[in-house]
Design a binder for this molecule. Structure first.
Ligand code: SF4
Length: 333
């Protein structure tokens, strides 16, 4: 589905049509998740280097109007801490795309309705544990109650399904996979488990800490009968349906079952760098190009040139894997 007549598809060297733009609106966050950031010492991007809403809207409009992008996801850091983010949501919703946002949920009880009102169509809320103490350890914030209240606010605001993202780390929260799945079943939420990825700022990722899709599904299937749903196209999650009708559960198996072959995503960082892959080791400036007066045609040419360099997929499972210079909070999920 593309949003109306558009010049042409943006196709990468592996014949994948690019349709989805992930936009990081800030590198800042009100949490300090251990698999993402150190507790102290993160170097924040200077505000002058962060894209304005007008600049973000301009890049998004080029992607939608010229290449038929039909999906935009807002990420961070934590997107809801960017001031007046509902203004940006309204600008992007006006482009007629499927607009989603990923949040840690801590401020959602105050913003869920406004985000929905502004035109947000989908929401993913991160929740890695139901244990208050462990939550404080994993996020370095005592905010579990706020996140749970945020989830309820998202449901009340009409987001359906409300998707919950849980990063599973061996020896940290893998003992809660079944509890989190049960939480999703009981609350009518779509639980999605994410394999731990080598994007933490502290560079402590180890393959041994990865709990793979097979293990996660085995744990769930030992509790409830599940049946795998057909392939998902470009969507990152593999999905299962509970045989007893209690909804769906998913896994995003970036490490053990890469899905790069169907990837339709590109990214825009908060400081205006265009990335063709979450794990890309190079990026293409759009901010200074915009600020130096380039036209939409020139910016579009930069986007096309960048997509023309997109690789087949990440190389986590290869000996020559090089971590991107940026950590997750500086790229956006
Ligand atoms: S790792 Fe890169 S190529 Fe693979 S699915 Fe993610 S963004 Fe796409």
């Amino acid at each position: 589905m593309s949003s109306g007549a558009h010049a042409r598809d943006l196709v990468d060297p592996f014949d994948r049509v690019v349709r989805d733009l992930r936009i990081s609106v800030t590198d800042r966050c009100n949490f300090r998740c251990t698999y993402c950031m150190p507790s102290e010492g993160m170097q924040w991007m200077p505000r002058s280097e962060i894209l304005t809403f007008e600049e973000i809207e301009r890049i998004a409009r080029i992607c939608v109007e010229r290449y038929g992008f039909d999906g935009i996801r807002l990420t961070g850091g934590e997107p809801t801490i960017r001031a007046h983010v509902t203004t940006l949501v309204a600008k992007l919703a006006a482009l007629g795309v499927d607009l989603a946002l990923t949040t840690n949920g801590a401020t959602l009880r105050n913003s869920a309705f406004d985000l929905r009102e502004a035109g947000l169509s989908r929401i993913n809320i991160s929740l890695d544990t139901l244990d208050r103490e462990k939550f404080a350890q994993m996020t370095r914030r005592d905010e579990l109650d706020n996140v749970l209240a945020g989830i309820q606010a998202a449901k009340s605001a009409g987001f359906d399904p409300v998707k919950i993202n849980a990063v599973v780390e061996r020896g940290v929260n893998d003992d809660e996979v079944v509890d989190l799945a049960r939480f999703g079943r009981d609350e009518g939420l779509e639980m999605r488990f994410i394999e731990f990825m080598p994007l933490d700022a502290s560079d402590e990722w180890q393959r041994a800490k990865v709990v793979g899709q097979a293990e996660i599904v085995d744990m769930i299937a030992a509790e409830w009968a599940v049946e795998q749903l057909p392939a998902r196209g470009a969507a990152p999650a593999n999905m299962w349906r509970y045989a007893d009708g209690a909804g769906k559960v998913g896994v995003i198996p970036t490490v053990t079952n890469p899905f790069c072959g169907d990837c339709d995503r590109v990214r825009l960082t908060a400081d205006g760098q265009f990335r063709t892959c979450l794990f890309a080791t190079d990026e293409f400036d759009l901010r200074d190009a915009m600020r130096s007066g380039e036209t939409d045609d020139q910016l579009a040419a930069r986007i096309e040139a960048a997509v023309g360099t997109k690789w087949a997929g990440h190389q986590i499972n290869q000996v020559n894997f090089i971590r991107p210079q940026r950590s997750m909070s500086q790229i956006g999920g």
